[in-house]
Design a protein around this ligand. Structure first.
Ligand code: GLN
Length: 542
């Protein structure tokens, strides 16, 4: 019998449901169970593809080319598995499907309603993913906060599922906030209210995870247990931590894996996550420290580049180095006459992906600074395109070279719209998306990183290197170390003679995992450490 875990959140948004879901998934995978995860987003957008990353965080791309919520990235990293387009759906996509069926006449004249048609479609999707993947356990997380207007149809669908598959095969986990007053007193009332809201919708949570900035008092547990009907040993502490990778270990220490297995009637299995334990140990006890700059459009505190940050961290783990990120707002670099101050103590420069013209000139400045000062540089998608534009302008002497995304009238369109993109008008799900193969050239930085002739990487772009310039640039010193198998698309460009200046048209960050750091990030950080050794006597990080 397949088991279902449903995760909801209370009190505030951004409470950590995604990491909680991913961590619980890890505890179960670790016991040898096959776990699948689904994230439901109650907004009306059909997917995350056209959402503003500043507001909503990064768009995570799955191998099959779905543009999903960033939590899918957290699931992949914690569970060490690849998910697919069925692992994330929104209110918008559910309604689109139901309305399309209604238009086709599939409902045979019935009145189409929120209940049962919308709730049935929600249930169908969750059941389907379990069936398709033969999962032992499907964990479903509902985004947003209990009490939100969009929430009830989803909670109702999950409530019905619990009736259909049996309460003994389902578990509701609620993630909530225990607020600490400035005088140190813990307040559980907001949590009580959010549980009551859930109860009003017909759901009694089985397990509660209390997010808290200080260890959970016994009295808080007792009170919640009494007032909310959750047994005390089903109340877990989710203490604030800087190291999210430690969270599965904290949960395991509290016995969550064993208890959840017992609650769901799963066979008792031992869990020893030695690989994860030693990864966390390496992460917390680095031998080196280095600082790199991320030059982008969205800076400090934003989730817009979450997979990039994680992949940098993984590159650090592979090199036993703690990597501090300096956020540099690309726009501030344009016309700066103090680049050496802007990049002071920076030992590597990374330009991430992006869309539109804003900030591009600053990213090109960053690429030039990295090239001229022989600082390791990693360009991701737009970051690769900036590497190319900078090379065109300053080495190939093509003044005003640009991407046609930025300047449609440029005399040297070194980055141009891909052929298949020319007739496309819609923005949603129309880019070159998902996995594509790439052939690597031997004796290049890329080959040295991957150590294999053919790789597959995830893409999300509309523009590409303009092949008209290929042979000219090759002669000028740009190496096309990765190309599509038919050689029609440039996938990786490297600056010849530079210690490590690599740009990829794809997004390697999406495939990096804590236990399998991505080769490009690993080698980028290794180059950063070599640069540091050569240029300083060790870094002094704050
Ligand atoms: N805007 C560029 C393109 O569409 C780069 C995309 C990206 O960085 N993901 O090609």
């Amino acid at each position: 019998m397949r088991k279902y875990i449903f995760v909801t959140g209370g009190v505030i948004s951004g409470i950590g449901k995604g990491i909680t879901t991913a961590s619980l998934g890890r505890l179960l995978i670790n016991r040898g169970f096959k776990v699948m995860v689904v994230k439901i987003d109650p907004y009306l957008n059909v997917d995350a593809g056209v959402m503003n990353p500043f507001q909503h965080g990064e768009v995570f791309v799955t191998h099959d080319g779905a543009e999903t919520d960033l939590d899918v990235g957290n699931y992949e990293r914690f569970l060490g598995i690849d998910l697919n387009r069925h692992s994330n759906f929104t209110t918008g996509s559910v309604y689109s499907e139901v309305i399309a069926k209604e238009r086709r006449g599939d409902y045979l004249g019935e009145t189409v309603q929120l209940i049962p048609h919308i709730t049935d479609e929600i249930k169908r999707r969750i059941y389907q993913i379990g069936k398709d993947t033969h999962a032992d356990i499907v964990i479903t997380e509902i985004g947003g906060t209990i009490g939100d207007f969009e929430m009830p149809p989803f909670v109702e669908a999950l409530r019905q599922m619990a009736v259909e598959v049996g309460r003994e095969n389902t578990m509701f986990l609620h993630v909530s906030l225990i607020y600490t007053l400035p005088n140190g007193e813990s307040k559980s009332k907001p949590t009580q209210h959010s549980i009551r809201k859930l109860q009003e919708l017909g759901v009694q949570p089985d397990l509660l995870l209390c997010r808290t900035s200080k260890p959970l008092d016994k009295s808080v547990r007792t009170k919640i247990a009494l007032l909310c009907g959750i047994s005390e040993d089903y109340i877990f502490e989710g203490l604030d931590t800087k190291c999210i990778d430690e969270i599965p270990l904290n949960f395991e220490k509290q016995g969550m894996g064993t208890l959840v297995s017992k609650k769901l009637g799963l066979p008792k299995r031992a869990s020893q996550d030695t690989e994860w334990v030693s990864m966390v140990d390496r992460l917390k006890n680095p031998k080196h420290a280095a600082r790199i700059a991320i030059v982008g459009k969205y800076t400090t505190g934003s989730d817009a580049y979450i997979s990039v940050q994680e992949a940098i961290k993984h590159g650090g783990i592979a090199n036993e180095a703690a990597i501090e990120i300096r956020w540099v707002d690309a726009e501030t670099l344009v016309g700066s006459n103090s680049l050496s101050t802007d990049f002071e103590n920076v030992e590597g420069i990374l330009v991430p992906g992006g869309f539109g013209y804003r900030g591009i000139e600053g990213m090109i400045v960053a690429a030039q600074y990295a090239r001229e000062n022989r600082i390791p540089y990693l360009g991701l998608c737009l970051g690769m395109q900036c590497l190319v534009i900078e090379f065109a302008r300053n080495i190939a002497t093509l003044e005003k070279a640009n991407s046609t995304e930025v300047d449609a009238e440029t005399p040297h369109p070194v980055i141009d719209l891909m052929l298949e993109q020319r007739a496309i008008a819609d923005l949603g799900a129309t880019m070159r998306l998902g996995l594509y193969p790439c052939v690597l050239k031997e004796d290049t930085k890329s080959y040295a990183a991957y150590q294999q002739p053919i790789i597959v990487e995830r893409h999300r772009h509309r523009y590409e290197f303009n092949n008209r310039y290929r042979s000219e640039f090759k002669t000028a010193g740009l190496c096309f170390s990765g190309v599509s198998p038919d050689e029609s698309l440039v996938e990786i460009a490297e600056v010849t003679g530079h210690p490590w200046m690599v740009g990829s048209q794809f997004h390697p960050e999406f495939q990096s995992k804590p236990l399998a750091p991505h080769p490009l990030f690993r080698d980028f950080i290794a180059a950063v450490l070599r640069y540091q050794q050569k240029n300083t006597c060790g870094s002094t990080l704050s």
